[in-house]
Design a protein around this ligand. Structure first.
Ligand code: ZN
Length: 290
């Protein structure tokens, strides 16, 4: 039922604790308790959790309002999100304590889960994304470029409050393959340091820009605190899932890549539907790579 799995739910509950007193609660008979919370204004900032009071009647206060939500509205996206079977308790993938860190297109797990990742951050930041992630309980990992994260930190912090995790995608978004160790370390550690300052957590995952890397990248990423380097198995763009593997269906452990682009709401919905069609449940990468 809840795609965020238990550990994610625990994180969300903690994040929500500071907000609950200020949020307008709106019981929605059609959804279980986790879906009952409704953010009726701009997503709350965790540093200043002061969502505006609702200016329109809540669904529970207006039982005569039975019209379906307008296509393209936040309510519509939430209504279109599939209901998933409960995710299994996460079994973290094995990691070696020393030596090179792994590079994965797909996590080596047989558990019936897949992972949603969102990259970059500088191009577009659709305003309803945090609320969608919060209300539909979408576990997401954000691989951010640190300058975009710094310029728009409130936006990404709202997604963090909604359960998203911030990870590392370098400072300048240049290809790292073939570059010196010092260059790569500067790009990876520089972003990790900034993201840690902004979001209060050291990145443990790294995704190289364009997916381009070499053995030096794995060394530098490890030296900057990464436990794994992630590629992807599917891309999602403008509401379409493109499979990079011959199966043409999401597989257990798959990593879906999308970007902070104008159609991110459609991309999130398309990813959820593809994961649902495959009989899987979305889960959080960080619950599997510890
Ligand atoms: Zn990128």
């Amino acid at each position: 039922m809840f795609p965020g799995v238990s550990a994610t739910s625990a994180r969300r509950i903690l994040a929500a604790a500071t907000l609950l007193a200020l949020l307008t609660l709106s019981a929605c008979a059609a959804r279980p308790v986790f879906h009952a919370r409704q953010i009726t204004a701009a997503p709350p900032s965790p540093s200043v959790p002061t969502p505006m009071p609702s200016t329109s009647p809540s669904p529970s206060a207006a039982p005569t309002t039975t019209a379906p939500p307008a296509p393209g509205s936040l309510d519509w996206y939430v209504s279109q999100a599939p209901t998933f079977p409960e995710a299994p308790p996460p079994q973290p993938v094995p990691l070696t304590a020393t030596g090179a860190i792994p590079f994965w297109h797909r996590l080596p797990t047989d558990q019936k889960v897949a992972f949603i990742t969102i990259d970059d951050g500088g191009l577009a930041r659709p305003p309803a994304v945090a609320d969608f992630i919060w209300r539909a309980h979408i576990p997401v990992t954000m691989f951010l470029n640190s300058p975009a994260a710094e310029e728009h930190d409130d936006y990404f912090r709202q997604i963090q409050v909604a359960g998203g995790i911030v990870e590392n995608h370098t400072v300048r978004h240049t290809s790292l393959a073939g570059r010196s160790y010092d260059y790569q370390r500067q790009e990876i550690c520089g972003a990790a340091d900034k993201l840690e300052t902004l979001f209060g957590k050291r990145a443990t995952l790294f995704r190289p820009p364009f997916g381009e890397y070499d053995s030096t990248t794995l060394t530098a990423a490890r030296d900057c605190g990464a436990k794994a380097v992630l590629h992807w198995s599917e891309t999602v763009h403008e509401g379409k899932v493109r499979y990079q593997t011959p199966e043409k269906v999401v597989q257990p452990g798959d990593v879906l890549l999308m970007h902070f682009r104008p159609a991110l709401m459609d991309d999130l919905l398309a990813a959820l539907k593809a994961i649902h069609r495959a009989g899987l449940t979305p889960a959080l990468l960080e619950d599997y790579i510890r």
